[in-house]
Ligand binder design. Structure first.
Ligand SMILES: NC(=O)c1ccc[n+]([C@@H]2O[C@H](COP(=O)([O-])OP(=O)(O)OC[C@H]3O[C@@H](n4cnc5c(N)ncnc54)[C@H](OP(=O)(O)O)[C@@H]3O)[C@@H](O)[C@H]2O)c1
Length: 231
Protein backbone atom coordinates (compact mmCIF):
# COMPACT_ATOMS: atom_id res chain seq x y z
CA UNK A 1 0.00 0.00 0.00
CA UNK A 2 1.11 3.53 -0.64
CA UNK A 3 1.29 4.95 2.89
CA UNK A 4 0.15 8.58 2.91
CA UNK A 5 -1.76 9.38 6.05
CA UNK A 6 -1.13 7.87 9.47
CA UNK A 7 -2.72 8.25 12.88
CA UNK A 8 -0.64 8.11 16.07
CA UNK A 9 -2.68 7.15 19.10
CA UNK A 10 -0.88 8.33 22.24
CA UNK A 11 1.13 10.92 20.33
CA UNK A 12 2.08 13.09 23.33
CA UNK A 13 4.12 10.45 25.19
CA UNK A 14 7.84 9.93 24.73
CA UNK A 15 7.39 7.08 22.27
CA UNK A 16 4.55 8.94 20.57
CA UNK A 17 6.55 12.10 19.96
CA UNK A 18 9.40 10.14 18.42
CA UNK A 19 6.90 8.37 16.16
CA UNK A 20 5.44 11.71 15.08
CA UNK A 21 8.91 12.89 14.06
CA UNK A 22 9.73 9.71 12.13
CA UNK A 23 6.36 9.84 10.36
CA UNK A 24 6.88 13.48 9.35
CA UNK A 25 10.40 12.63 8.16
CA UNK A 26 8.82 10.12 5.78
CA UNK A 27 6.44 12.74 4.43
CA UNK A 28 3.33 11.19 5.91
CA UNK A 29 0.34 13.32 6.84
CA UNK A 30 0.00 12.84 10.61
CA UNK A 31 -3.05 12.86 12.88
CA UNK A 32 -2.26 12.53 16.60
CA UNK A 33 -4.58 11.59 19.45
CA UNK A 34 -3.77 12.48 23.04
CA UNK A 35 -5.47 13.48 26.25
CA UNK A 36 -6.71 17.07 26.22
CA UNK A 37 -4.32 18.09 29.01
CA UNK A 38 -1.35 16.75 27.02
CA UNK A 39 -1.98 18.65 23.78
CA UNK A 40 0.66 21.23 24.76
CA UNK A 41 3.33 18.51 24.69
CA UNK A 42 2.89 18.49 20.91
CA UNK A 43 3.52 22.24 20.48
CA UNK A 44 6.79 21.57 18.67
CA UNK A 45 4.76 20.04 15.84
CA UNK A 46 2.18 22.86 15.66
CA UNK A 47 0.98 23.46 12.12
CA UNK A 48 2.55 20.21 10.89
CA UNK A 49 0.15 17.68 12.39
CA UNK A 50 -3.55 17.52 13.22
CA UNK A 51 -4.27 16.86 16.89
CA UNK A 52 -7.51 15.27 18.07
CA UNK A 53 -7.77 15.75 21.84
CA UNK A 54 -9.35 12.87 23.71
CA UNK A 55 -8.72 9.83 25.83
CA UNK A 56 -7.28 7.16 23.57
CA UNK A 57 -10.08 4.78 24.55
CA UNK A 58 -12.69 7.37 23.52
CA UNK A 59 -14.31 5.57 20.59
CA UNK A 60 -15.62 8.74 18.97
CA UNK A 61 -12.23 10.47 19.11
CA UNK A 62 -10.55 7.40 17.61
CA UNK A 63 -13.18 7.06 14.90
CA UNK A 64 -12.59 10.64 13.84
CA UNK A 65 -8.81 10.35 14.04
CA UNK A 66 -8.35 7.14 12.03
CA UNK A 67 -10.75 8.13 9.25
CA UNK A 68 -8.97 7.87 5.92
CA UNK A 69 -5.69 6.70 7.48
CA UNK A 70 -3.55 4.08 5.72
CA UNK A 71 -1.80 3.21 8.97
CA UNK A 72 -2.34 3.56 12.72
CA UNK A 73 0.45 3.51 15.32
CA UNK A 74 -0.91 2.85 18.79
CA UNK A 75 0.86 3.19 22.12
CA UNK A 76 -0.69 0.62 24.44
CA UNK A 77 -0.42 2.58 27.66
CA UNK A 78 1.15 0.56 30.42
CA UNK A 79 -0.33 2.60 33.27
CA UNK A 80 -3.16 1.53 35.48
CA UNK A 81 -6.26 3.11 34.11
CA UNK A 82 -9.26 0.82 33.97
CA UNK A 83 -9.55 -0.85 30.58
CA UNK A 84 -7.55 1.96 29.03
CA UNK A 85 -5.26 -0.19 26.87
CA UNK A 86 -7.92 -2.68 25.85
CA UNK A 87 -10.40 0.13 25.17
CA UNK A 88 -7.80 1.86 23.02
CA UNK A 89 -6.98 -1.31 21.07
CA UNK A 90 -10.65 -2.14 20.56
CA UNK A 91 -11.49 1.34 19.28
CA UNK A 92 -8.63 1.17 16.77
CA UNK A 93 -9.54 -2.38 15.65
CA UNK A 94 -13.18 -1.36 15.17
CA UNK A 95 -12.74 1.96 13.44
CA UNK A 96 -9.61 1.78 11.30
CA UNK A 97 -10.09 0.96 7.64
CA UNK A 98 -10.00 -2.83 7.15
CA UNK A 99 -6.96 -2.53 4.85
CA UNK A 100 -5.04 -0.17 7.17
CA UNK A 101 -1.73 -1.30 8.70
CA UNK A 102 -2.06 -1.33 12.48
CA UNK A 103 1.04 -1.24 14.66
CA UNK A 104 0.76 -1.58 18.45
CA UNK A 105 3.45 -1.13 21.12
CA UNK A 106 3.94 -3.18 24.26
CA UNK A 107 6.74 -4.89 26.18
CA UNK A 108 8.43 -8.30 26.10
CA UNK A 109 6.10 -9.55 28.83
CA UNK A 110 3.35 -9.98 26.23
CA UNK A 111 3.44 -13.41 24.57
CA UNK A 112 1.60 -14.26 21.37
CA UNK A 113 2.06 -18.02 21.24
CA UNK A 114 3.41 -18.97 24.66
CA UNK A 115 6.78 -19.83 23.11
CA UNK A 116 8.68 -17.03 24.82
CA UNK A 117 11.23 -18.18 27.34
CA UNK A 118 11.64 -15.99 30.39
CA UNK A 119 14.64 -17.37 32.18
CA UNK A 120 14.86 -16.38 35.82
CA UNK A 121 18.61 -16.86 35.75
CA UNK A 122 19.17 -14.46 32.90
CA UNK A 123 20.26 -11.02 34.03
CA UNK A 124 18.32 -9.45 31.18
CA UNK A 125 15.10 -11.04 32.22
CA UNK A 126 15.57 -10.18 35.85
CA UNK A 127 15.89 -6.60 34.64
CA UNK A 128 12.73 -6.93 32.60
CA UNK A 129 10.86 -8.22 35.60
CA UNK A 130 12.30 -5.42 37.68
CA UNK A 131 10.62 -3.08 35.26
CA UNK A 132 7.41 -5.04 35.61
CA UNK A 133 7.74 -4.97 39.36
CA UNK A 134 8.00 -1.21 39.32
CA UNK A 135 5.00 -1.03 37.08
CA UNK A 136 3.01 -3.46 39.16
CA UNK A 137 2.54 -0.87 41.86
CA UNK A 138 0.70 1.50 39.56
CA UNK A 139 -0.41 -0.58 36.72
CA UNK A 140 -3.07 -2.73 35.26
CA UNK A 141 -0.68 -5.08 33.44
CA UNK A 142 -3.50 -7.48 32.75
CA UNK A 143 -5.23 -4.90 30.65
CA UNK A 144 -2.27 -4.59 28.29
CA UNK A 145 -2.37 -8.39 28.04
CA UNK A 146 -6.08 -8.21 27.24
CA UNK A 147 -5.47 -5.48 24.65
CA UNK A 148 -2.93 -7.68 22.87
CA UNK A 149 -5.16 -10.75 23.10
CA UNK A 150 -7.80 -8.83 21.17
CA UNK A 151 -5.26 -7.66 18.58
CA UNK A 152 -3.89 -11.19 18.07
CA UNK A 153 -7.44 -12.50 17.58
CA UNK A 154 -8.40 -9.88 15.01
CA UNK A 155 -8.23 -10.32 11.25
CA UNK A 156 -6.86 -6.83 10.68
CA UNK A 157 -3.34 -6.22 9.31
CA UNK A 158 -1.70 -5.92 12.73
CA UNK A 159 1.83 -6.04 14.11
CA UNK A 160 2.54 -5.96 17.85
CA UNK A 161 6.01 -4.57 18.55
CA UNK A 162 7.37 -5.79 21.88
CA UNK A 163 9.94 -3.44 23.36
CA UNK A 164 12.85 -4.31 25.65
CA UNK A 165 13.93 -1.98 28.43
CA UNK A 166 14.30 1.49 26.95
CA UNK A 167 16.84 4.28 27.20
CA UNK A 168 17.10 7.79 25.79
CA UNK A 169 19.86 8.82 23.40
CA UNK A 170 20.62 9.31 19.73
CA UNK A 171 19.35 6.84 17.18
CA UNK A 172 21.57 3.82 16.54
CA UNK A 173 19.47 2.57 13.63
CA UNK A 174 16.70 0.05 13.16
CA UNK A 175 16.50 -2.46 16.04
CA UNK A 176 16.86 -6.18 15.33
CA UNK A 177 14.14 -8.58 16.37
CA UNK A 178 13.21 -12.12 17.17
CA UNK A 179 9.92 -13.97 17.32
CA UNK A 180 10.65 -15.09 20.84
CA UNK A 181 12.02 -13.74 24.07
CA UNK A 182 14.79 -16.10 25.14
CA UNK A 183 16.60 -15.79 21.80
CA UNK A 184 20.23 -14.89 22.60
CA UNK A 185 20.06 -11.95 20.20
CA UNK A 186 17.79 -10.17 22.70
CA UNK A 187 19.86 -10.84 25.79
CA UNK A 188 21.14 -7.28 26.26
CA UNK A 189 17.54 -6.12 26.77
CA UNK A 190 18.06 -2.49 25.80
CA UNK A 191 16.75 -0.32 22.98
CA UNK A 192 16.89 3.44 22.43
CA UNK A 193 13.36 4.77 22.66
CA UNK A 194 13.86 6.74 19.44
CA UNK A 195 14.65 3.44 17.70
CA UNK A 196 11.62 1.66 19.17
CA UNK A 197 9.64 4.44 17.48
CA UNK A 198 11.63 3.93 14.27
CA UNK A 199 10.78 0.21 14.25
CA UNK A 200 7.07 1.02 14.74
CA UNK A 201 7.04 3.49 11.84
CA UNK A 202 9.10 1.25 9.52
CA UNK A 203 6.70 -1.61 10.25
CA UNK A 204 3.94 0.35 8.49
CA UNK A 205 5.51 -0.51 5.14
CA UNK A 206 6.96 -3.91 5.99
CA UNK A 207 4.44 -6.58 5.04
CA UNK A 208 6.70 -9.31 6.44
CA UNK A 209 5.72 -8.07 9.90
CA UNK A 210 1.98 -8.55 9.37
CA UNK A 211 0.65 -10.90 12.08
CA UNK A 212 4.01 -10.96 13.84
CA UNK A 213 4.88 -9.86 17.38
CA UNK A 214 8.57 -8.97 17.01
CA UNK A 215 10.53 -8.63 20.26
CA UNK A 216 13.13 -5.96 19.58
CA UNK A 217 16.58 -4.97 20.83
CA UNK A 218 18.93 -2.14 19.80
CA UNK A 219 21.05 -3.01 16.77
CA UNK A 220 24.18 -1.87 18.62
CA UNK A 221 23.39 -3.81 21.79
CA UNK A 222 26.13 -6.38 22.51
CA UNK A 223 23.74 -9.33 22.07
CA UNK A 224 22.63 -7.98 18.69
CA UNK A 225 26.19 -7.51 17.49
CA UNK A 226 27.11 -11.01 18.63
CA UNK A 227 24.11 -12.80 17.04
CA UNK A 228 23.16 -10.89 13.92
CA UNK A 229 20.61 -13.24 12.37
CA UNK A 230 16.86 -13.18 12.75
CA UNK A 231 15.39 -16.43 13.99
N1 LIG B 1 9.28 2.16 29.63
C1 LIG B 1 9.86 1.04 29.26
O1 LIG B 1 10.98 0.69 29.67
C2 LIG B 1 9.13 0.11 28.29
C3 LIG B 1 9.70 -1.16 28.08
C4 LIG B 1 9.10 -1.99 27.14
C5 LIG B 1 7.97 -1.56 26.46
N2 LIG B 1 7.43 -0.35 26.70
C6 LIG B 1 6.24 0.04 25.93
O2 LIG B 1 6.51 1.24 25.25
C7 LIG B 1 5.33 2.00 25.11
C8 LIG B 1 5.56 3.42 25.61
O3 LIG B 1 6.12 3.37 26.88
P1 LIG B 1 6.97 4.54 27.49
O4 LIG B 1 7.47 4.09 28.80
O5 LIG B 1 7.96 4.99 26.47
O6 LIG B 1 5.90 5.63 27.78
P2 LIG B 1 5.50 6.97 27.03
O7 LIG B 1 5.93 6.99 25.62
O8 LIG B 1 5.92 8.08 27.88
O9 LIG B 1 3.94 6.85 26.98
C9 LIG B 1 3.13 6.90 28.06
C10 LIG B 1 1.72 7.08 27.47
O10 LIG B 1 0.82 6.85 28.52
C11 LIG B 1 -0.09 7.93 28.58
N3 LIG B 1 -0.52 8.06 29.98
C12 LIG B 1 0.25 8.26 31.06
N4 LIG B 1 -0.50 8.32 32.17
C13 LIG B 1 -1.77 8.14 31.78
C14 LIG B 1 -3.02 8.10 32.45
N5 LIG B 1 -3.12 8.23 33.78
N6 LIG B 1 -4.13 7.91 31.71
C15 LIG B 1 -4.05 7.76 30.39
N7 LIG B 1 -2.91 7.79 29.70
C16 LIG B 1 -1.79 7.97 30.39
C17 LIG B 1 0.69 9.11 28.08
O11 LIG B 1 -0.20 10.08 27.64
P3 LIG B 1 -0.06 11.62 28.10
O12 LIG B 1 0.99 12.25 27.21
O13 LIG B 1 -1.42 12.14 27.89
O14 LIG B 1 0.37 11.64 29.55
C18 LIG B 1 1.47 8.46 26.94
O15 LIG B 1 0.72 8.39 25.75
C19 LIG B 1 4.25 1.23 25.85
O16 LIG B 1 3.49 0.49 24.93
C20 LIG B 1 5.03 0.33 26.77
O17 LIG B 1 4.30 -0.85 27.06
C21 LIG B 1 7.99 0.50 27.62
Amino acid sequence: MNMKKVCIVGASGKLGQYMVQHALDRGYEVVGVCRERSVGKLDAFKGRITVIPGATNDREAIKKAVAGCDGVLTVLVPWGVHQYSSGTAQAVLDHARPDARLIFSCGWHITMDGQDVYSWTSRAVVKAFGWLGRLARAVDIDDQVEACRRVFASDTLWTVVRGSDLEEGESQGLPVWSRHVGDPILESNITRRVDFALFMVEALENDELIHEAPAIVGCQAPSALANNTVS
